[in-house]
Write a protein that binds this ligand. Structure first.
Ligand code: ADP
Length: 258
């Protein structure tokens, strides 16, 4: 089935697709994608998360569904549902062993990700969030070419922001004519619970200069929070309440309560 730039097919009706991108791994892209999903679900929207990070899939674990398996229905696959009803599709929900490495070449991986869209029974969704693999490789390219993406969110850390790699991701989105909703600076600072002072653990970032130069907006800063790590490790991200994303008209997006 080829559905170039289509969001609706006989099994799926998706209103908005947002992809989450980062220059490199480990900056909190999957955690931020998951937090966005939790916020949207709490606001009453129907949400799906497509884990396109095939070689480093972490969405099922963050939601505690990594022991579940997606089941087939004829030629299609049903996504797995989390405790609060977020629909998830990930390579880890298909393989027998969740720690088995995926040793496929780029084009094969990109094709698999495409099938996560075309062959999964997503049903009606208000938002499909796509957790892209880090960088600007085959998968982000295929997704930007073949899905009608409404916006890209870039996740970065203060150290990473200084590097060209983040700018590269933004330039890729611009080249592909996909709107950039903005940048989230994750692990931005640590707020001491005792003295309440903010510490810039990774030094201060150049984010203001960077967003100006790239003409994009700052969605917000997320602090380093051990509670977030703990809940992600335990598969209980749906219990995290400290961060709320506000999604405004035309996808204006802000972090509300930080
Ligand atoms: P990526 O998807 O970019 O590879 P992850 O979302 O998997 O990154 O996060 C990498 C690690 O950093 C995880 O252990 C996660 O729990 C942790 N992490 C992410 N965001 C934060 C944060 N704001 N504070 C503390 N730890 C974080």
């Amino acid at each position: 089935m080829d559905i170039q730039k289509e969001k609706t097919n006989q099994f799926t009706n998706i209103k908005n697709i947002i992809a989450v991108m980062s220059g490199k791994g480990g900056v909190g892209k999957s955690s931020v994608t998951s937090l966005m999903g939790v916020t949207l679900k709490n606001k009453g929207y129907k949400v799906g998360i497509l884990d396109a990070d095939i070689t480093g899939p972490s969405i099922p674990k963050i939601f505690g569904v990594n022991k579940k398996r997606a089941v087939g229905m004829g030629n299609e696959i049903l996504p797995v549902e989390t405790t609060t009803g977020i629909k998830i599709m990930s390579i880890n929900l298909l393989v027998d062993q969740e720690d088995a490495p995926v040793v496929w070449r780029g084009p094969l991986v990109a094709n698999m990700v495409k099938q996560f869209y075309t062959d999964v029974l997503w049903g009606d969704l208000d938002y499909l969030l796509i957790d892209l693999p880090p960088g600007t490789g085959d998968v982000p390219l295929t997704i930007m070419q073949s899905f009608e993406i409404d916006g890209i969110v870039i996740v970065s850390t203060p150290q990473d922001l200084a590097k060209l790699i983040v700018t590269k991701s933004m330039n890729m989105a611009k080249m592909m004519n996909v709107p950039i909703l903005g940048v989230i600076e994750n692990m931005s600072y640590f707020q001491c619970p005792e003295c309440n002072k903010r510490h810039n653990v990774f030094g201060s970032s150049n984010i203001e200069d960077m967003i100006k130069a790239m003409d994009v907006s700052l969605i917000g800063r997320i602090p380093i929070d051990p509670e977030l790590v703990g809940l992600c490790d335990e598969g209980k991200i749906e219990l995290y309440e400290k961060i709320n994303f506000a999604f405004g008209e035309e996808f204006g997006m802000q972090i509300e309560n930080i």
